[in-house]
Design a protein around this ligand. Structure first.
Ligand SMILES: Cc1ncc(COP(=O)(O)O)c(C=O)c1O
Length: 400
């Protein structure tokens, strides 16, 4: 991505992108303005190589264009991208672009709490039926896909948060394509392992969604979202919704996010190596009942999915502590290097207690179904020295 997607000649020769803070753009002629509106509204298609004037920054602006062009090469199989002012904005806008009253969306659970609320509380009231299917359970997911009426979208989050259970993307995409009717769109929230370690578009997904707040930005200092697709036409549909909703990422944030992209592979590799080392060592600790991490699962189906679709296990694992909530809270209180905060994917290590924070809106049934227990602590490993982090974790475990 260092060599693609940015043309210095369009930014007075600057080697790295400049920031364009304008809210509106001066047309080169009234004819050019008319043409830009025709293209924006979908009444005309740009000719190959045609220069189309920019219009207004709610629709598009140079920093969004630069960032989108630079993100595309990071996502194998993607033709086009869109940037949003949060991960939820990307998810919401992609869903609204395709779902209509009377449609069904099949989605894996557990799924990010905001996504779950959007589907169960909000879309439901607009006449869209949500059909949850357990993450990692291919037979149940197949059944949900086959039984759904007017199935329009299959939304998969893998690995699932916070249990790190992996779902077979290729199988879900094949089942969706095989049903005898109009093919539903398969969307994957790739926040947990992408764009470095998992490539859903190559496995048959149509749309990939990100909370760019996480690994893509990597420093826990901005909120953003991205949608990418195998077909440009899908992105065009989502783009028209983004223009209506006004949730494009602002120029300054685009510029910041752009500065983070060249190091995403380096950061994710280091974070994943750190996490692997620490997770393996915590695995045998007597205060720990279970470590949930892709390379530590015993279930042969989970191992198969990992081998088939993930290059490395990533920076996130969860540990289930013996002693329930008091043990978990004592652990969080004692840690010194790892900070007690939600979010993940940043260069600094963060830990949280999902049952009382990120997933606190769940019912008891949902907790049980998702495997979110009182003793569960979610960990997102950063780029610190892993030995320092391990010592911090072991000291906090000793204090329980
Ligand atoms: C997997 C996943 N998807 C989406 C989101 C929502 O992203 P944002 O907070 O950027 O809106 C999050 C946030 O935690 C997430 O973890």
């Amino acid at each position: 991505m260092l060599t693609r997607g940015f043309d210095p000649s369009l930014s007075v020769g600057s080697a790295r992108p400049a920031v364009f803070r304008s809210s509106t753009y001066v047309f080169s002629s009234p004819e050019a303005a008319e043409r830009a509106f025709d293209i924006m509204a979908g009444r005309a298609k740009p000719e190959p190589g045609e220069h189309v004037d920019l219009v207004y920054s709610r629709f598009n602006h140079p920093n969004a264009e630069i960032l989108e062009d630079q993100i595309v090469p990071l996502e194998a199989g993607a033709q086009a991208a869109l940037v949003f002012n949060s991960g939820m904005a990307a998810i919401m806008t992609a869903l609204f672009a395709f779902l209509r009253p009377g449609d069904t969306i099949v989605y894996t659970v557990p799924i990010y709490g905001g996504t779950q609320k959007l589907i169960e509380n909000f879309l439901h009231a607009w006449g869209v039926a949500g059909a949850p299917a357990p993450a990692g359970n291919a037979a149940e997911i197949d059944r949900a896909i086959r039984n759904a009426e007017n199935l329009r979208v299959v939304l998969i989050e893998t690995p699932a948060n916070p249990t790190v259970i992996m779902t077979d993307i290729r199988r879900a995409a094949e089942t969706a394509a095989g049903a005898n009717r109009e093919k539903p769109l398969v969307m994957v929230d790739n926040t947990m392992l992408g764009p470095a370690f998992q490539h859903p578009l190559e496995l048959g997904a149509d749309v990939v969604l990100y909370s760019a707040t996480k690994y893509l930005s990597g420093f826990s200092d901005l909120i953003g979202g991205v949608a990418l697709a195998r077909e440009r036409a899908l992105i065009d549909k989502i783009r028209s919704m983004r223009s209506l909703f006004g949730n494009i990422l602002q120029p300054d944030e685009c510029w910041i996010l752009d500065t983070r992209l060249p190091t995403i592979g380096l950061r994710m590799n280091r974070q994943s190596k750190n996490a692997q080392r620490i997770a393996e060592r915590l695995h045998g600790n007597r205060k720990v009942r279970k470590v949930l991490y892709p390379t530590l699962f015993d279930d042969p189906e989970q191992r198969r999915i990992y081998e088939a679709q993930c290059q490395f296990p990533g920076a996130m694992f969860s540990i289930e502590l013996r002693g329930g909530k008091p043990a978990a809270f004592q652990f969080l209180r004692t840690l010194k290097l790892a900070r007690n905060a939600v979010s993940l994917g940043g260069v600094e290590t963060l830990v949280c207690h999902p049952k009382t924070t990120t997933h606190s809106g769940f019912t008891e049934e949902q907790f049980a179904q998702a495997g979110v227990t009182d003793g569960l602590v979610r960990v997102s490993i950063g780029i610190e020295d892993w030995r320092d982090l391990l010592a911090d974790f072991e000291r906090a475990l000793d204090a329980i």
